[in-house]
Each structure stands twice: as C-alpha cells, then as structure tokens.
Ligand binder design. Structure first.
Ligand SMILES: Cc1ncc(COP(=O)(O)O)c(C=O)c1O
Length: 401
C-alpha cells in the first residue's frame, strides 16, 4: 500500500472489500453480536482462548469493527503492534495506571503535565496504596535517583501541557530499561506526525484523541499503542471498566485521522510563526514553544521531534485581569479548553483551575499565561488578530515590570 505517513493516515486499518463495497468504513452500530448456534459460540471461545483475532465480536464493550479499524490505523501511525480505543484520553490514561500498578507499587511521573493526570496519581492512586514521585519540570537528571525497588512505571508527557517541556525520551527509556521499569508517555501534544515515542524505546504511547488525532473539536476519545503482550491486560481491564470508545466516535476519529498529516503540518507552521511573532512583541513577557531557541528544551525537541505543533503558551505583560482582557479582545479563537482542532482556541488556563489565587498558584500556572492552540486558519490572520488584542489589552513590558 505504501509506507509514507500521509498514505497510512488514509488507508491503514481499512481493508478493501468493505460491506456493500463502501469506500468508507461503516459505523457498525450494534451493542451485541448474534451467534448462529451453540457450536458457533464454542468455536468463538476456542479462537479467543487461542489468542486468535476475530473481527466479528461478542459484545460491544469488548469490541466493534469500526473501533478495530481505528485501532489498527493508530497502531500503524505510531509504529506499534496494536492500538486500543478508549472513550476519552483520561479513560485511556487511568486504565493504563490501574492495569500496570498494584498496591505497594511506585510510579515516577513528570509533574508539569495535564492536571487531571496529576490529580489522578496524587489524589486517587494514593488511595489504593500506590506511591508516586513527581519529577521537576523536564528533569531527567533526577529520574535515576527517583527509582525505587518497587517502581513499576515511569510516566511522562511531551510536550507538556501547558509549558511545552520536552523530556529526553532516549534517556528516559535507557534508564527505565536498566532498572526493568515500564515507560508510558502521553504524546497528545506531539502527535505521531511530530514524534514517535516507540522509536525512542518508550513502551506505551497514549493520546487524548479528542485533540489533534480527531482534529475537529467534535468528539472525545483516547488511544493506547504498544506491543500485544503489554496491551492484553489493559484491554481486559477496559472491558471490565467499560470505557471503550463508541462506534460513532470511532468513525469520527477514523475520518479525522485521514487529514492528520495535512492539519498538523499546517499547525506546526502556524505555531512556529506565531511563537516567533509573540517573542518579538513588546507586550509579551515570555513565550513557551519548543521551536524557539529560547525554550529550555529546544535542543532535545529538535533532536527528537520533526515539528512542534500548534500550541503556543505565552505570558502577556500585565496581571490576571489584563490577561483576561487580551483574551476577550481576540476575534478569531474560541475561548475555552482543548486544543488540536481545526478551530483556534485560546484560554487563560489558571482561571479554569479556581477563582482562588492561592489555589491557582499551587498548580504552578501563571495567572497571565495564555495557552493559544492554533487551528488551521491562515496564520497571517491569526497573527494580525493577536497583534490587535495585545496592543489594545496588554501593558508594555516596561510598564508592567
Ligand atoms: C495532554 C493531555 N492529556 C490528556 C488529556 C485528557 O484527554 P480527554 O479530555 O480526551 O479525556 C488532555 C485534555 O486536555 C490533555 O491535554
């Protein structure tokens, strides 16, 4: 079929000869599957126990052909043996944690990452007797010292949300292997267009497919990619927890993935242009984007990634209210959470945490930070819009100092 990434996003996971000669993968909208007779059930169970793959399914919580197609596509894009679809990024992440870790185990986790992942490890996993060590921002140097005899998992995110830190995955996987520890990464911000963590020795790749992979701000989904033996217990737990993606969302994701390469290449281009523009702007205090030389992880990012995505985080000159004003003055983006879709979305992330400044500060996210997630609009329009909002809403750096 061809090995190019742009060919795979269209064709991988979708064989020819679909029902009714349809070109697109049908949405197989069924909650269960009928068996012709008792012998058919016995044959099915025999195949299952022999580990033989069977597309026909048994019950919707365990699988669906539309879901299988999208799982094969994402596995192919990440260069993994298998993929699993989940109902959201968080259900993918939490099922991995719950599957890999047991009472008395220890996990090492990067700290400046998606806050609900931190919340799950700190406030939920701890209730089940799992200990955690949080690494400081981008700190691979302290990783080795954090590993204990009971460490079972190293979990990182790259680039991180919202400061876009990029950890050195070759070093992470080398240290993990030396200590016999499993590694998992939330690669949502990178996408397989820009980063292929399995090629760097990471064991499990997770995405909130709600973001770039589906790309249209119209569904929630998550995926996990890795080897068949590693995914088997995760799949079993998914079947028990019931957090599988629906056939409709599987179809939406399948459709969104077909333009992943085109969309993300545009978002890489827009992200870089926007970051450079903001860095030179007199009303912007700091810009966080791995494609900028000023970013602390620029060298690692250049070595390990082929593009840096559409998310640019920046601090405007001014306080919490001025930052809100700058956001309100933007004309193109929607204001809200999420990223990676075709529509640009901006948010003052701290305000989503709490109205209490002390609580906000405890998350380490600056009040004047804007996370700007470029869509696929013309970057010239986005930049002109950013410029007018900053000029009318923010202070100059000198006045704000
Ligand atoms: C990096 C990252 N991981 C995971 C998630 C959670 O994904 P979902 O909203 O699909 O559960 C998010 C959501 O914002 C995210 O930004």
């Amino acid at each position: 079929m061809g090995d190019g990434f742009a060919t795979k996003v269209v064709h991988a996971g979708e064989g020819r000869g679909k029902p009714y000669d349809a070109v697109t993968m049908p949405i197989v909208q069924t909650s269960t599957y009928a068996f012709a007779n008792t012998q058919a059930i016995l044959d099915f169970v025999e195949d299952k126990e022999a580990g033989k793959f069977n597309l026909r399914g048994e019950y919707g919580r365990y699988g669906n052909p539309t879901q299988t197609a999208v799982e094969e596509k994402v596995a192919s894009l990440e260069g993994g043996e298998r993929g699993l679809l989940f109902s959201s990024g968080m259900s993918a992440i939490t099922t991995v944690f719950l599957s890999v870790l047991s009472r008395g185990d220890h996990v090492v986790i990067a700290s400046s990452i998606y806050r609900q992942t931190v919340h799950f490890v700190r406030d939920q996993l701890s209730r089940w007797g799992v200990e955690a060590t949080f690494l400081k921002d981008g700190e691979v140097d302290s990783l080795e010292d954090s590993i204990r005899p009971n460490t079972k998992l190293i979990f990182c995110e790259a680039p991180t949300n919202p400061y876009l830190r990029v950890i050195d995955l070759d070093r992470v996987s080398l240290i993990a292997r030396q200590h016999g520890v499993l590694t998992a990464i939330d690669s949502t911000f990178a996408t397989p267009v820009n980063l292929r963590p399995l090629d760097h020795g990471i064991d499990l790749v997770i995405h909130s497919a709600t973001k770039y992979l589906s790309g249209h701000n119209d569904l929630l989904a998550g995926v996990v990619i890795g080897s068949c033996p590693l995914l088997a217990p995760i799949e079993t737990l998914r079947g028990v927890l019931g957090c599988v993606g629906s056939p409709h969302d599987a179809y939406g994701l399948l459709r969104g993935l077909k333009t992943l390469d085109l969309r993300v290449r545009q978002q890489n281009e827009s992200g870089q242009q926007i970051a450079e523009f903001l860095e030179a702007h007199p009303r912007v205090r700091t810009v966080y984007y791995p494609g900028l030389k000023s970013h602390p992880d620029h060298a690692v990012a250049v070595r390990q990634m082929t593009g840096f995505g559409g998310v640019v985080s920046y601090e405007v000159a001014g306080d919490v209210d001025q930052t809100g004003r700058v956001i309100d003055l933007l004309r193109i983006p929607y204001i809200g959470p999420t990223l990676g879709g075709v529509e640009t979305i901006a948010q003052q992330q701290a305000l989503f945490i709490s109205r209490d400044p002390v609580k906000r500060a405890s998350y380490g996210i600056s009040d004047s930070l804007i996370r700007y997630a470029a869509g696929i609009e013309d970057p010239r329009d986005l930049i002109a819009d950013l410029d007018q909002a900053l000029n009318s809403g923010a202070a100059s750096k000198e006045a704000a100092a």
